[in-house]
Ligand binder design. Structure first.
Ligand code: C5P
Length: 224
């Protein structure tokens, strides 16, 4: 589990992040830095994680023109980032440019944010249903040389079937139980996501805000 669960460091400052890393250092090896932290503390947190031998997932979900995407990916790869995200809807040219610069870094495409419901998608004007959209975007990512996608637990199996085994699927929207109590609309439990075939799961608030999280992780470790 240590190398399968990614902890989302969605906190606002370096001090808070350091406390969390210390709290989970025995149970988690991969840490995700998103806009919360990166816009405040920049590369400091990344350098600290790297010095401690942790793997780093830089989740800036870049969505821009090909030249900007390419330069962003190049810098992240030079900095030793292990996983980096970009929106597949940036288009094939941007994805291919990104692949040229990625080096050993894994590039992960965002299909449909797990906070969006079918109704939200329709409101945004997407003409395809959620599942079809996810499959189309995953196919485009695969063809362009992207290493994998971010997708909800319920979509994992379908993506794996459509794209083949070595295309990674990383699943956020994880909760210890399946009642959608907050902004995530498509949630699943760690057990569900892994049994569907997820390669990694991303957990933020359900680890950070849960006083019993390390015990729950230990129980999970015993299950797999
Ligand atoms: O706190 P929670 O576990 O809901 O956090 C989920 C994390 O996964 C957040 O850091 C969010 O940015 C990320 N994420 C997501 N949905 C996606 C891609 C990433 O929730 N499709």
């Amino acid at each position: 589990m240590k190398n399968k669960i990614i902890l989302a460091l969605d906190v606002k400052n370096l001090g808070e992040a350091e406390k969390i890393i210390e709290r989970f250092s025995g149970s988690i090896n991969i840490y995700k830095v998103g806009p919360f932290l990166f816009y405040r503390s920049g590369w400091k947190i990344i350098d600290k994680l790297k010095k401690q031998g942790k793997r780093v997932f830089l989740d800036l979900k870049i969505h821009d023109i090909p030249n900007v995407v390419k330069e962003g990916v190049k810098i992240a790869a030079e900095k030793g980032i292990d996983f980096f995200t970009l929106h597949i809807s940036a288009g094939k040219t941007a994805l291919r440019e990104a692949v040229k610069e990625k080096g050993r870094m894994k590039l992960l495409g965002v299909t449909v944010l797990t906070s969006l419901s079918q109704e939200d998608l329709q409101g945004l004007g997407w003409k395809y249903g959620e599942k079809e959209l996810i499959l189309r975007l995953s196919g485009i990512a695969r063809e362009s040389g992207i290493d994998g996608v971010i997708a909800g637990g319920r979509e994992v199996q379908m993506i794996k079937q459509a794209t083949g085994g070595n295309f990674l699927v990383i699943t956020p929207g994880i909760r210890w139980s399946t009642s959608p109590l907050d902004d995530q609309k498509r949630v699943s439990t760690p057990q569900e996501a892994f049994s569907q075939g997820a390669d990694y799961i991303v957990m933020g608030r359900s680890l950070i805000l849960d006083a019993k999280a390390t015990e729950k992780l230990q129980k999970l470790e015993n299950l797999f």
